[in-house]
Design a protein around this ligand. Structure first.
Ligand code: ZN
Length: 236
């Protein structure tokens, strides 16, 4: 079985800068290599992810870190600029996603799953799911016109794989080094809670893609589940 992304447009909806690196950057890189267009929408500013001593203007610092990471991947990047902890499935925030969906026109959306550990991740997933329907609804007005049809949606793995039963795996073995280099762009986060070069975030990312790889017979993988909802499920 071979999954071919060459005609797709993949849009990852993540809560924070650095989430895509951990959960889906290998799949985005593989899709890009096959000819797909790829994009990332980062909904929150990440301004509460402070280290000690604190970083001045952390939201702006994290935007620059995310721009560097997305540049390595070759992804189009969008920012929701919602304060950390304020993300919720509300009409004003839904309109942020509708506008991005209508500008980027994804064929496939990657979204945080409902069992992920962080409230912003769960809210981002709920918003991504709602927008995957309403983006194709002409009655919901934004600056850009409605999409001709709904994108497919895949749920991403949870951080640390807690309560996530994979539906399938994407082999990302050739892209682990890229994931590592992208994560290294998030210097404000890698130094959190440590005065040494020790990097729990990188270890966590590597351990997870290696564990998913071990489950699926490759060196490194990312796990997903298809969203089984009408018009968001595709056959291939
Ligand atoms: Zn996060």
């Amino acid at each position: 079985m071979h999954l071919d992304f060459s005609t797709d447009r993949l849009l990852a909806i993540v809560a924070h800068p650095d989430d895509a690196e951990c959960l889906c950057a290998g799949t985005l890189a593989r899709a890009k290599a096959e000819g797909a267009a790829i994009g990332i929408l980062v909904l929150c500013q990440g301004e509460k992810g402070q280290s000690s001593p604190p970083v001045a203007n952390l939201a702006a610092v994290r935007r620059r870190e995310m721009q560097a990471a997305a540049g390595l991947l070759g992804a189009e990047l969008f920012f929701g600029r919602v304060p950390d902890g304020d993300l919720a499935d509300t009409p004003p925030q839904l309109r942020i996603l509708l506008e991005v969906y209508r500008r980027f026109q994804p064929s496939l959306v990657l979204a945080h799953s409902a069992d992920d550990y962080h409230a912003d991740h769960r809210a981002a997933g709920a918003l991504a799911e709602a927008a995957s329907w309403f983006a194709a609804s002409a009655g919901h007005k934004t600056r850009s016109p409605a999409l001709p049809g709904q994108p497919a949606l895949w749920w991403m793995d949870t951080m640390q794989m807690t309560r996530f039963e994979p539906g399938f795996y994407i082999d990302v073995t050739p892209y682990v080094e890229l994931k590592r280099r992208m994560l290294a762009c998030h210097r404000s986060q890698l130094r959190r809670g440590s005065q040494s070069d020790f990097s729990p975030l990188e270890e966590q990312m590597l351990r997870q893609c290696q564990a998913r790889g071990a489950q699926s017979g490759v060196a490194a993988a990312e796990a997903f589940r298809i969203h089984l909802a009408w018009k968001r499920t595709r056959a291939w």
